[in-house]
Ligand binder design. Structure first.
Ligand code: PMP
Length: 400
């Protein structure tokens, strides 16, 4: 019998952590590796945000903050949430946590009973199923395909719902596919949810400000505000403001849910760092040009990556409309042989081949619930993206 709990043994280390270890090992051996696995902006946090943190320390804001989040930050989040979702949440219905990740986790922990099902469109962010599993739930992945731009269809959603379904977890723009939903697409999904009032919606909007369409992002609550009483909106400052290390996220939803999440937080972390909350307050309420600038840079890099990968034999590329990942389908390459005669049987064989042959690190799609794909992050310099994609192309051209 292991001393470690059964619920912890259900989950595993994140594949990006595993990838980092292999990259470090190769670099130690003197190999040059272009790392396109990274899940965070490569920019520094803007100076005005860092200055706000320093000022908070100088003012002595170093004591326990309110466990649900400082009133000032929750007020700023309220303004942001109104702009992003069209819903005006009272500050009591807003919670600040240690990253969007903890908001998602607390939302699940506060609601799942053993055996409750959570619908997760696949490809998905690797953490969703594990967060569900550790909280006693059952992840129900629903496969989406390049043919629909990796978007969940209303038919597939309808077919996945059972009496045990508790949540539908949506993430747009998506990590890993960059899929973004338009007004009609949200309307169609909302129509299904209306037929099943026991199913709640969790929207992970962490990449919402990093969209590449010329039109503004559409939030499901703008299209279907009637779903707000059963929706948990999740967002944060990590990606849009290059603040991954500060660990601030926020959530908004019905009073009863947010209260339950606040109780959990009061008995676990006592809330997020006071200094980080001061920085996040400046991020949300200060100048916003940095976000626009970051999105512009990511879009230019997206274009570089997509142009290169689209020319690569055997890869099918769906153009990502947000976030900072491209997610090629590589099924056409499976079964082929490397120059030294090794068969590429899986996406993992292919990403290992890219690493060993071309010195380019990407993550196999298996981890995202989509075998036969891989994820390439363009949160890297344009030179690295160019060289990395060229290396992948040369490696694919050598397969026979
Ligand atoms: N959701 C998605 C889809 C993500 O990709 C990430 C970060 N990798 C997060 C949430 C976590 O964000 P945070 O840093 O705010 O915890």
């Amino acid at each position: 019998m292991s001393f470690i709990s059964e619920k912890i043994r259900r989950i595993k280390l994140s594949p990006s952590v595993a990838a980092r270890a292999i990259i470090a090992e190769l670099r130690e051996q003197g190999r040059r590796v272009i790392d396109l696995t990274i899940g965070e902006p490569d920019f520094s946090t803007p100076k005005h945000i860092c200055d706000a943190a320093k000022a908070a320390m100088d003012r002595g804001e170093t004591k326990y903050p309110a466990a649900q989040g400082t009133p000032a930050l929750r007020k700023a989040a309220r303004v942001r949430l109104l702009l992003d979702t069209g819903v005006d949440y009272p500050v009591g219905q807003i919670i600040v946590s240690t990253g969007a990740k903890q908001v998602l986790f607390n939302g699940l922990a506060a609601t799942l009973n053993d055996g409750d099902e959570v619908i997760i469109p696949a490809p998905f962010w690797v953490s969703y199923p594990d967060m569900v599993l550790v909280n006693g739930g059952v992840p129900v992945p629903v496969t989406t395909t390049p043919a629909t731009g990796y978007k969940l269809t209303p038919e597939a959603l309808e077919a996945a719902i059972t009496p045990r379904t508790k949540w539908l977890m949506m993430n747009a723009p998506s990590n890993p596919t960059g899929a973004v939903y338009g007004k009609e697409e949200w309307e169609a999904l909302a129509a299904v949810l209306r037929r099943h009032p026991h199913v709640w919606l969790m929207t992970d909007d962490i990449y919402a400000r990093l969209g590449f369409l010329d039109t503004a992002a559409v939030h499901p609550l703008q299209v279907a505000p009637d779903l707000a009483p059963r929706t948990l909106v999740v967002n944060g400052v990590s990606k849009a403001y290059a603040m991954t290390g500060w660990r601030i996220g926020y959530g908004a939803g019905p009073d009863e849910l947010i209260k339950a999440m606040a109780i959990l937080q009061s008995q676990s972390t006592s809330g997020a760092s006071s200094i980080s909350q001061a920085a996040a307050l400046e991020a949300l309420s200060g100048p916003q040009d940095c976000v626009v600038e970051f999105a512009k840079i990511f879009r230019a890099r997206r274009d570089v990556a997509v142009a290169e990968l689209s020319k690569t034999p055997g890869l099918t590329v769906v153009v990502p409309e947000g976030a900072f990942y491209v997610f090629p389908d590589c099924n056409a390459l499976l079964g082929k042989k490397t120059p030294d005669g090794k068969v590429i049987a899986t996406d993992n064989d292919l990403t290992n081949y890219f690493l060993r042959d071309a010195g380019v690190a990407v993550i196999d799609g298996h981890a995202y619930g989509a075998p036969g794909t891989f994820r390439l992050s363009f949160a890297a310099s344009e030179d690295d993206i160019r060289a990395g994609c060229a290396g992948i192309r040369a490696a694919c051209e050598k397969l026979s």
